[in-house]
Design a protein around this ligand. Sequence first.
Ligand code: ADP
Ligand code: ZN
Ligand code: ZN
Length: 802
Amino acid sequence: MNIAKVIVDVPASSINQTFDYQIPKQFQGVLQKGMRVIVPFGPRKIMGFVVEFTSQTELTKLKDILEVLDLTPVLTNELLELGRWLAEETLSLYITALQAMLPQVLKAHYQKELIRLTDEEMTNELENFFAGRDVIPYEEVDHSPVSYYQLQKAVQDGDIAVNYLVKSKITKKRVTMIKPLRSSHLLEETLLDLSTNAKKQHELITFFIENPAPIEKRTLIHKLQTSNATIKNLVDKHILENYSEEVYRNPFDDESIVQTTALELTEEQEQAIIPIKEKIVANEHDVFLVHGVTGSGKTEIYLQAIQDVIKKGQEAIVLVPEISLTPQMVKRFKGRFGSKVAVLHSALSSGEKYDEWRRIHRKEVQVVVGARSAIFAPFENLGIIIIDEEHENSYKQEDNPRYHARDVAIHRGKNHQCPVILGSATPALESYARAQKGVYRLAVLEKRTNSQAMPEVEIIDMRKELHAGNRTMFSRSLKERIEQCIQRQEQIVLLLNRRGYSTFVMCRDCGHVKECPHCDIALTFHKNSNQLKCHYCSYEEPMPTICPECSSDLIRYFGTGTQRVEEALTQLIPEANVIRMDVDTTRRKGAHEKLLNQFANREADILLGTQMIAKGLDFENVTLVGVLTADSMLHLPDFRSSEKTFQLLTQVSGRAGRHELPGEVIVQTYTPDHYSIELASEYDFTQFYKKEMAMRKTFKYPPYVFLALMTISHENQVKVIQTTQKITKMLLDHVSDETVVLGPTPSPLARIKNRYRYQCMIKYRNEPHIRTLIQNIIQNFSEETRKDDLFITVDMQPYQMM
Ligand code: ADP
Ligand code: ZN
Ligand code: ZN
């Protein structure tokens, strides 16, 4: 088996296959599946993943593998298989699927170094190689007599480690550690020999007799109120030893975390967890949908299920939406499981992400809490996978590979024969339908753990406000409630539902809206620079003073940005202290957390923000939640807009009255009769589900059908339309009669960066060969996509119709 099959890092469909390479002598027996290698490819040297071995090839002359990048595989066998499945399922390239599973650092060719970890004598070759150094550049391996096999073994034994030199502001941190050089009973003898006036040394040795584990020098000095000199004295006498050790960059402050223990479960929680625990014990796969109102104790169920899994020596993956991955959330997991938890968050630097990944890879942790891509954590003995807020759209990746984390979770759950838990107060229609059909097991939590009722929701018709002469964006009722709330020294959360409702510029005389000349989308007004910007292509121009259509000077920005709401708010209620949270105020790292802390410390009365404040937050002093524009999402060209509106309203209502104080919610809208708004105000998920399912059935949308969206783009509009027409026809020629193919239609975003975009939508129930069909069609256009800059993208489970 001296031939490796390699998936090379060339993202092109013509190269979506393995290539055979000869394994040179020095790598034989060392190279394993899932390792990265450097291979010659045409005139270039490129990276690739070893996916298989063979002893036969059809080629007469094989090129050699040039370099082996890893000493231990970065992808397990399971992940290699998962990658293949993912590529087939999402119609993406195998290399793209494999890359998606790894931290950024491992995707590029970074410089590496070898670090000595052990103080023990190593083999002669290794000792000579390190020659007294603790760290050496990895390249030296090439010119040394040390074999890869030896290195690999030393890494496995934990004697040395490979480190990637990631350029980031936070560099690797090393600390000085102190440990005793003698065993406890020898230390006791040492103590007897010691002069009685050496009191400080006495204390130090006594400490190590009781605590023989290595300890950080700084901590030791602080703890024993001892000095550097005392320690040095004992080090010089070879009683203690100091050495430096790499510490992981830890972005979360662990010091403030209080250890928690399992709470006694309520009756509802108990009923929900029993079948889950049974599956854990039996090592069986199943999917559970935990439908529980906010505050009903879903997280406690997750924690206790994970506890069981850890006890069995297995591992757990917990997915939470990016924006709910707050320090509050992380604390709940670290509070229960301490250092067994790794956190994967997109706000981490690539070095920090790599550190966390490495802790998983080295089996130093048993729980990972993270956003979408944490589903690929390289655990080998998974005992449970949990997806909190399973309805969240952020679990769908909108870039190749276009996967949904829920599907990957279920696939891995089958691989590992372990349960998958989906939790939500407002499950996705697809999930709830599966639970209704008995595909998933349903558990319902109807009560909050503190027995508080869900807060009362009042709907305000903003049209009536206008007719009554109130032209502000705050209804009289909301204004009054805010004032009362501030008087009682309670706090308020105000949600500006901004999607599709940003600050566009409109002429009040003729209705002309300023659009991007390249993207057919309204430009956004930026007050600070007095510029209009396109959020898709970064085009910008100065804010006009007169309308380009009718020359009226009544051209104004319209709609409401958070900044503008803040201004209006402080004008209306001058005594209000406001914290604004939006993309602008949270761009800097740590800003998000800082603002939330300020609000938690009651430094402001009002937290005003976009979608990002709707989730996961838990402030005991919040008693009023206001939604300024409940319907702004309802009119988007998206069949899920009602569902999204219902989910958001339910979610944000759950922010009020989570503790002793009762809460109330005010929802302002121009369409008070819409069922998604009405039913959200009554917390009636079941009724909403029925109503929405009926709509989906009538208009043939998921979960009644599957969707596939093909988007075609090119600079020439005629060409795009023609190509889309051809594709539509090819599809129609091959699909069954009950399958619907819609197109060519201009995409809702009909032009981006000067490229025209058309789409065709396939709605199908039973098309076993749909993927092959689409792949063949794309293959048909491969000449044009390569030479003529034609783009064809496919989304097998579209969530964004744009
Ligand atoms: P959810 O995840 O469903 O929103 P949480 O798990 O956050 O609910 O629980 C809401 C609150 O109830 C938390 O403060 C949590 O500590 C508390 N809690 C959960 N389970 C119990 C229990 N069995 N007994 C007492 N308090 C509980
Ligand atoms: Zn005008
Ligand atoms: Zn643009």
